[in-house]
Design a protein around this ligand. Structure first.
Ligand code: ATR
Length: 276
């Protein structure tokens, strides 16, 4: 039996143990997968003390994970963040499946053709770093990164190294921007209890909006997107399941089917909103 875990804080509401247990059952692979609470100061020691074969890393540890790897894949290097650790002798190999997870959710679950699309990315933190390279690889036409701190938007644009397609601005330009095909909320504003002020003019009839977080913290962004007339608006639950399937593939050599797990998690989160 191989051993896996997800590290982060807070971690008690993580869906990853459920998702990986479902994948294990589906594929007949014996494994256990737990959730380990770790603050940034504790993470390296807890990982070193473990006998894990692999791990996922979530907020706020993805940059720490990148720093402690003995090797990293090119997509982890472009994201400068790691969400998947694979034991490699005495050390760890780091990869990042967040971007491909988002792209698979958009293209396969939601039937979106990303080629030539104009994309607005709200935020320039860890979540934005994780998804931006994969969006460019999927053939989008333009990536407009808007961040409250414009220096972080510039830093992300510089790291992506594609000045013809990638632009960076401060939040004050938002009211002056035109409409976008895809609007991605990669900020943690709602997690912090802040409201995002977004104009309806960002949206046209075929616009799609996605919040990279899921559950209650995504509700107000998705409510704005629907009120503004987006063709589709959904949270990051699909991306979560798809990034997990990509991690599973790296560890076990098999990519599990994701539809049933996604359906079950969606039903559960729908219950969450109606429970009170
Ligand atoms: P994560 O890993 O979730 O991306 P992070 O690296 O702390 O977390 O980044 C959080 C992002 O949300 C940042 O882009 C942050 O903007 P700043 O870089 O200007 O701090 C953004 N954010 C957080 N609260 C926000 C708010 N109230 N309005 C707009 N952006 C906000």
């Amino acid at each position: 039996m191989k051993h896996f875990a997800v590290f982060g804080t807070p971690i008690d509401h993580s869906q990853s143990p459920f998702i990986h247990a479902a994948f294990a059952k589906q594929t007949g692979i014996a494994l256990d997968y737990t959730a380990i609470e770790a603050a940034p100061t504790e993470f390296a020691a807890k990982l070193a003390a473990s006998t894990l074969d692999g791990a996922n890393v979530t907020l706020p540890l993805k940059q720490e994970a990148f720093a402690l790897c003995t090797s990293t894949t090119s997509r982890a290097q472009r994201a400068r963040a790691v969400n998947t650790l694979i034991r490699d002798g005495e050390g760890w190999r780091g990869d990042n499946t967040d971007g491909i997870g988002l792209v698979r959710d958009l293209t396969e679950r939601h039937g979106m053709d990303l080629r030539q699309r104009r994309v607005l990315l709200l935020g320039a933190g860890g979540a934005a770093h994780g998804v931006a390279p994969a969006l460019l690889d999927a053939g989008i036409h333009e990536l407009m990164i808007v961040n409250r701190n414009p220096e972080r938007a510039d830093a992300l644009a510089d790291a992506l190294g594609e000045p013809a397609r990638v632009h960076a601005r401060g939040w004050e330009v938002v009211p002056k921007l035109g409409s976008y095909d895809l609007i991605i909320n990669a900020t943690s504003a709602l997690v912090n209890g802040d409201m995002l002020k977004l104009p309806m003019a960002l949206v046209e009839k075929r616009s799609i909006a996605v919040d990279l977080s899921y559950g209650e913290v995504a509700v107000s962004f998705l409510a704005w997107a629907r009120a503004a007339g987006c063709a589709k608006a959904f949270d990051g639950l699909g991306m979560l399941v798809e990034q997990a399937a990509e991690s599973f593939l790296l560890w076990h050599g098999v990519r599990p089917e994701t539809d049933d797990v996604f359906a079950e998690l969606s039903a559960r989160s729908a219950g969450l909103f109606t429970a009170d």
